[in-house]
Write a protein that binds this ligand. Structure first.
Ligand code: NDP
Length: 339
């Protein structure tokens, strides 16, 4: 197998020199295992946390180890009665071309139901994040206003479209006019606001005449600062991610200092509900509902998705840098092998 290993802990933006490309021998299959060939590797913002030794909800990737990640793979050999060569599966084999894993760590995909890549995006982890975070924590009601940033990505685009299906108004925030146009034309948001525009604050105010009832937090930073001023009493804030800070170093943190007591005062006086979550929390309770609803919505065309596919495993570090800088446009995938 060819693999990309983490060789040093990045400071700020990850560099090519934080990784190495190498090969490794795979072990012989034992009972219950399958040999997999990677077709798609998912690149996701949470991977930045795993590159770092700072305390988080999950252990960091060890130095010298293969970078972790969700994958869609083809079974090449099987010593499990439940998998046969040619099966397509969802797995978690990381940044490599091949892997040997227990068959029970894979989920079979039916390419007749949906394109297999969607298992990493709209019908996968990011989709469930949007679904459960919005419906179970955000709880939008018909006529209310839902705002979300990183709105052209897999989480944000699903948040906006599910909000619309529930009868809410959806306000999307994204970087640049091309993404903003797609929010309206492809994903059906009611308004799209460019956070890079000098008129961002005024544009947000104009687009939210009735305030904001649900702010699905993906980014933090100046976007959140502007949104806070628009929140209605009893607004809900599912805290899903803070991508603007993932490459932050001690020196750059100086520009993002807040007065915690002032924030708590806002929460108190406006009766806000702020609730963080990690998507795994919802797998036992909501995965089945999510797969049923979302597969139906996607099949009907009431939820659309966009993918940004980069060819070649060796381009993963560069593509990952782009993800945290907003250079991706849609769910970022690496095509590692032929589909
Ligand atoms: P995206 O594909 O949306 O990629 C991230 C996007 O963030 C970029 O494309 C960029 O879009 C935007 N962004 C980057 N920096 C900034 C900034 N400084 N200010 C504003 N926007 C910025 O990623 P996902 O949809 O996969 O993930 C979205 C969020 O959801 C992330 O925060 C991620 O960590 C979180 N998440 C959380 C999970 C959980 O369990 N809690 C699970 C899955 C995802 P643009 O060009 O529009 O600015």
């Amino acid at each position: 197998t060819t693999q990309i290993r983490l060789t040093s802990r990045p400071v700020g933006e990850p560099r090519d020199s934080d990784f190495e490309v190498g090969t490794a021998e795979l072990s012989e299959l034992i009972d219950g295992q399958v040999l997999l060939r990677t077709i798609y590797l998912s690149l996701d913002p949470y991977m930045r946390g795993r590159m770092s030794a700072a305390e988080s909800y999950a252990e960091p990737v060890e130095l010298g180890a293969v970078m972790i990640g969700g994958t869609v793979c083809e079974v090449l050999e099987s010593r499990s009665p439940n998998r046969a060569p040619g099966d397509l599966v969802l797995a978690f084999t990381g940044w490599q071309t091949h892997a040997v894993v227990p068959a029970r760590q894979t989920r079979r995909l039916d390419p007749a139901e949906a394109p297999i890549s969607t298992a990493l995006g709209v019908l996968g982890m990011p989709g469930l994040t949007a679904y459960a975070g919005l419906l179970d924590i955000g709880k939008p009601e018909p006529g209310q206003t839902v705002a979300v940033a990183a709105a052209s990505g897999p989480v944000g685009s699903a948040v906006g479209q599910i909000a619309k299906l529930k009868g809410a108004r959806a306000i999307g925030i994204a970087g640049g006019p091309v993404k903003c146009r797609a929010l309206i034309e492809e994903f059906g948001f009611d308004a799209a606001i460019d956070h890079r525009s000098p008129t961002f604050r005024a544009d947000l105010e104009a687009a939210t005449p009735d305030g904001i009832d649900v702010y699905f937090e993906n980014v933090g930073g100046p976007v959140t600062e502007a949104v806070v001023g628009r929140l209605n009493p009893f607004a809900r804030i599912p805290v899903c991610g803070v991508v603007s800070g993932y490459n932050r170093t001690e020196t750059s943190a100086g520009t993002d200092r807040l007065d915690l007591s002032a924030v708590l005062w806002q929460i108190l006086t406006r009766s806000l509900s702020v609730r963080g979550f990690i998507v795994e929390e919802f797998v036992p309770t909501r995965q089945a509902d999510f797969l049923r609803d979302m597969a139906g919505w996607v099949a009907q065309g009431s939820v659309r998705y966009r993918e940004d596919i980069v060819d070649g495993l060796e381009r993963a570090p560069e593509a990952f840098r782009g993800l945290l800088a907003g250079r991706n446009f849609g769910k970022l995938l690496v095509r590692v092998g032929e589909d």
